[in-house]
Design a protein around this ligand. Structure first.
Ligand SMILES: C[S@@+](CC[C@H](N)C(=O)[O-])C[C@H]1O[C@@H](n2cnc3c(N)ncnc32)[C@H](O)[C@@H]1O
Length: 209
């Protein structure tokens, strides 16, 4: 692909809108669409964002939960964006981190969301397998830290292991739906599984509780 065409593809209308509206990534409009359909966020809630860099989902969720809400973001790399004092960032690998560290002094999360994606290798099958691994780990953390009635949103590349992951979601949440937001790039195989109304209490405990 020529450099000009690649730039045009990356700098599409969602990219330009994000610039105008001061969001650090165009992916904010995927979460906005999910929020319009499912109303995940309410003032005062506790939100966990796995794979949060550069930070547009934290910007969006932060505005929804307001100053009385609390947000925790995890990523392998530090963020450059300025966020509210009610946002705590942890740097680390989701596959290794203890969910109790993510809770900190919180008892539970109301919403756990993951926009994590593996560094793509160009080999579709192995990218998809690593995407499922990240998705399943995000779900495991949501089960350990999400309160009864909480919501989970997880990104995954469609392919092998997807149906099994959806079966696990259905076992733990009362309702779930797979969505492909309009801001998703045409070439992408990603979808988001939105799960509502977790059936069980969190199994992890914060170090202080
Ligand atoms: C698509 S970006 C997230 C964009 C974010 N939702 C936003 O709107 O700003 C995916 C992020 O997942 C992170 N990530 C991928 N694998 C991870 C892992 N094993 N542990 C922690 N973060 C990971 C990457 O570093 C990357 O920043």
């Amino acid at each position: 692909m020529s450099q000009l065409r690649d730039r045009r593809r990356r700098h599409d209308s969602h990219y330009r809108r994000a610039k105008r509206e001061r969001f650090v990534a165009r992916s904010v409009y995927k979460l906005e669409e999910i929020e319009q359909r499912f109303t995940l966020f309410h003032p005062g809630q506790h939100v966990l964002d796995l794979g949060c860099r550069p930070g547009s989902w934290l910007q969006f969720a932060g505005a929804r939960v307001g100053p009385t809400g609390k947000l925790v973001g995890l990523d392998r790399q530090p963020l450059d964006v300025e966020l509210g004092s009610n946002v705590r960032i942890e740097i680390g690998n989701v596959l290794e981190i203890d969910p109790a560290i993510l809770l900190g002094d919180l008892q539970h999360f109301d919403v756990v969301m993951s926009d994590m994606a593996p560094d793509t290798s160009g080999v579709a099958f192995s990218d998809q397998v690593r995407s499922i691994e990240l998705f399943e780990r995000a779900l495991e953390i949501a089960l350990a830290t999400g309160k009864q009635g909480s919501a989970f949103v997880g990104k995954v590349f469609m392919g092998e292991g997807f149906s099994e992951a959806v079966r696990r979601i259905k076992a733990h949440y009362k309702r779930s739906k797979t969505v492909r937001p309009q801001a998703t790039r045409k070439s992408s195989t990603e979808v988001y599984v939105v799960a509502l109304d977790k059936k069980t209490v969190p199994s992890a405990h914060s170090p202080s509780s």
